[in-house]
Design a protein around this ligand. Structure first.
Ligand code: EPU
Length: 424
């Protein structure tokens, strides 16, 4: 596998904050959407080219997993070329699967390609209980047998048949996994209460570009006419709406003037509505969003819920920005039951922020000051970066391997906006 350099995980960021961010930055392809495209490429024996893939650690790890089951993966800049003439193993290595959450998509991809798979529970951020029941219910409805085999889950499906499936919860990866199996199932599959996230919609579009027949993607009801052999594709990943959101929130928290390009503003309605409610000037055009003139910020109430509601992954950086609003803001986390660990790190920077169950209360405006803090997961890391940029003085941010997993070229992009951030 051709790889790009891996940053050293023991390094940390040193941020000199208290300066408004100013300028323009282009975001990369969506981390999560890109993570779905590599397992999707396993569904065909023909070559697949993926473009606008972010240069992040999670992609490298997933490429390694795909190679372990028979794929050849070449990464050159933001282009990934994959070719999987045949699957050589249906048991991807447990230590690799444990490294990230999206690795569990090997389950659906292998069931879809060869009718069997064995995977241990996946890794991923520690942000709450993350069950897999939706995935298994979907596989079973299509005719697969799923059982425990030691510490792993094993699925066998000599034959898959389309079915009408109701999801108890609109799980994002659950929807993707079941789509992988459904495109190979004979007949019609209807998934009711599917995840409507733009990343899932894009994945379905990629499968269509490979010859699948899918309608309803982007809505809660997706219909698949299965049983076709998929062919290769040349496919471009959508922009990362969470990266866009993070840079906009950094602009707001520092009272800056930031324009983010390569964005799809239509994926950011919930965030942009809240920013306007906070009295931030938000300008939107086809390819970009600008935030500016955020003088006195109003406090707001945010519900973190599935798409198109406010994204749970933007909850932590939003809370960081709300430390600068004049009054008490509230964020109600309704997706994960343990997403609020970042709160302690923000307190170290001087934030007045408290939690009760899934509710976070933030009192502002607060003059934050630099401190030693940690990135506890990808988005908790984004929260402390936003707060550190707003804080006077020096912040030393450790455990930044979490940020490397999700934010490509973070230091370069923030530097382009005038931030003083060094990796040491
Ligand atoms: N859930 C169930 N049953 C299931 C699966 C999930 O009840 O079978 C519940 C979970 O308990 C949780 C909620 O559904 O409360 C959300 O889980 P979901 O399955 O939708 O999340 P995921 O697919 O594991 C993806 C993203 C996450 C993002 C969530 C929600 C990837 C690789 N991960 O995870 O992204 O937070 O959707 O939008 O796509 C991140 O990028 O930082 C990140 C954590």
């Amino acid at each position: 596998m051709a790889l790009y350099p891996v940053p050293v995980s023991s390094s940390h960021y040193v941020i000199q904050g208290g300066r408004p961010l100013e300028g323009e930055v282009a975001v990369s392809g969506s981390k999560n959407a890109a993570l779905y495209t590599l397992p999707a490429a396993l569904l065909t024996s023909e070559p697949v080219t993926l473009r606008n893939v972010p240069r992040i650690a999670d992609i490298r790890e997933l490429a390694e997993i795909c190679e372990a089951v028979g794929s050849t993966v070449e990464i050159e800049g933001d282009t990934v070329r994959m070719h999987t003439p045949r699957i050589t193993s249906t048991v991807p290595p447990a230590d690799l699967i444990a490294r990230l959450r999206a690795s569990f998509l090997l389950m659906g991809a292998l069931i879809g390609r060869v009718g069997e798979a064995e995977c241990p529970p996946p890794g991923g951020d520690v942000i709450g209980s993350r069950p897999l029941d939706v995935h298994f219910a979907g596989f079973r409805a299509l005719g697969a047998t799923v059982d425990r085999h030691g510490a792993s889950w094993r699925a066998t499906a000599p034959r898959l048949t389309g079915a009408r499936i109701f999801f108890d919860y609109p799980s994002v990866l659950g929807t993707v996994n079941v789509l992988f199996a459904a495109v190979r199932a004979e007949g019609t599959t209807v998934i009711v209460n599917a995840a409507p996230e733009p990343e899932v919609e894009m994945l379905a579009d990629m499968l269509v570009s490979m010859g699948a027949s899918i309608t309803g993607q982007g809505s809660p009801v997706i219909t698949v006419q299965g049983g076709v052999d998929l062919h290769g594709t040349d496919f471009t990943v959508i922009p990362d709406r969470l990266e866009v959101g993070t840079y906009l929130l950094a602009g707001v928290a520092t009272r800056g003037d930031v324009r983010v390009t390569n964005a799809q503003p239509a994926h950011l309605d919930s965030l942009l509505a809240k920013l306007r409610e906070m009295d931030v000037q938000v300008d939107v055009d086809e390819a970009g969003v600008r935030v500016h003139d955020a003088e006195i910020l109003r406090p707001v109430q945010v519900q973190a819920v599935p798409y198109p509601g406010f994204a749970t992954d933007l909850h932590p950086p939003m809370a960081a920005a709300l430390t600068q609003a004049a009054g008490v803001s509230m964020v109600h986390e309704r997706v994960y039951d343990n997403r609020t660990l970042y709160v302690n790190e923000l307190r170290k920077l001087g934030a007045r922020i408290t939690t009760a169950a899934d509710i976070v209360l933030i009192e502002g405006p607060t003059k934050l000051s630099g401190a030693n803090v940690r990135a506890l997961d990808i988005r908790a890391g984004a929260a402390v970066v936003v707060a550190a940029l707003a804080a006077e003085g020096e912040t030393v941010l450790g455990d930044i391997h979490h940020l490397d997993r999700g934010y490509a070229d973070l230091q370069e992009r923030l530097t382009a906006l005038g931030a003083r951030i060094e990796r040491r």
